[in-house]
Design a protein around this ligand. Structure first.
Ligand code: ATP
Length: 202
């Protein structure tokens, strides 16, 4: 089985994330794309909503979508989620699966800052989906740029940002065009991001 792994904070999991996961799976011919919410991302501030909410939002967003799965590997461990460790754990649990590391281009350009980046990229093929308008961005590091180029997928750009969604919720503006409806309902029911709790509770 060919498995893509797509990690992130997913605060919240929006239609940009969903699009990237679906297009990457289709374009790379993967059997499944696994979505891995991070308990704590090494390169981000620790101010995301609680992990059980972020996990639930992924779960309701992908329910019934062919080939998409939620994977809890990064949630089971406390502390920072380093991809090199996640991958080692996944390989231990699923020795017969072939893994592909999926991320969008804005995250791919941060690879030089990742723990054991060289070792990581030597051991797993990259799949890079588009988020930036500029095509095929470069890090300036030869081996990383070659890995990005090899795994680059011409996915449609979906200009949605989690930050904008959180701000819109806070200001009481609609996000129906940015989130799958079960995610929006969950946010409203739980009163996340400053929404008024209970709105979607019918
Ligand atoms: P924020 O907007 O708060 O910075 P984020 O959505 O960029 O959040 P993550 O949830 O950690 O941060 O992103 C997870 C993965 O999804 C990353 O690989 C990121 O590049 C990708 N991604 C996020 N938004 C989009 C989008 N609109 N289109 C394609 N990929 C996206």
């Amino acid at each position: 089985m060919k498995i893509g792994i797509f990690g992130g904070t997913f605060d919240p999991f929006h239609l940009g994330h969903l699009g990237a996961a679906i297009y990457a799976r289709e374009m790379a011919g993967l059997d499944q794309m696994w979505i891995l919410p991070a308990a704590q991302s090494p390169l981000k501030a620790n101010d995301a909503v609680e992990v059980h909410h972020r996990e639930k939002m992924v779960e309701v967003a992908i329910e019934g979508i062919e080939g998409l799965r939620l994977d809890r590997t990064d949630l089971e461990r406390s502390g920072l989620s380093y991809t090199i460790d996640t991958l080692a754990l996944l390989r231990e649990r699923h020795p017969d699966f072939e893994f592909f590391l999926c991320m969008s281009d804005d995250v791919a350009v941060t690879l030089p800052k990742w723990r054991s980046c060289e070792e990581l990229l030597a051991g797993v093929p990259l799949l890079v989906t588009r988020r930036l308008l500029e095509k095929l961005p470069k890090t300036g590091e030869k081996a990383i740029d070659e890995a990005i180029e090899r795994g680059y997928l011409e996915t449609p750009v979906v200009q949605i940002e989690a930050t904008v969604i959180r701000e819109r919720c806070q200001r009481g503006l609609t996000c129906v065009h940015l989130l799958a409806s079960p995610v929006l309902a969950y946010i409203q029911k739980q009163g996340l991001y400053g929404t008024i709790s209970g709105l979607g509770d019918e």
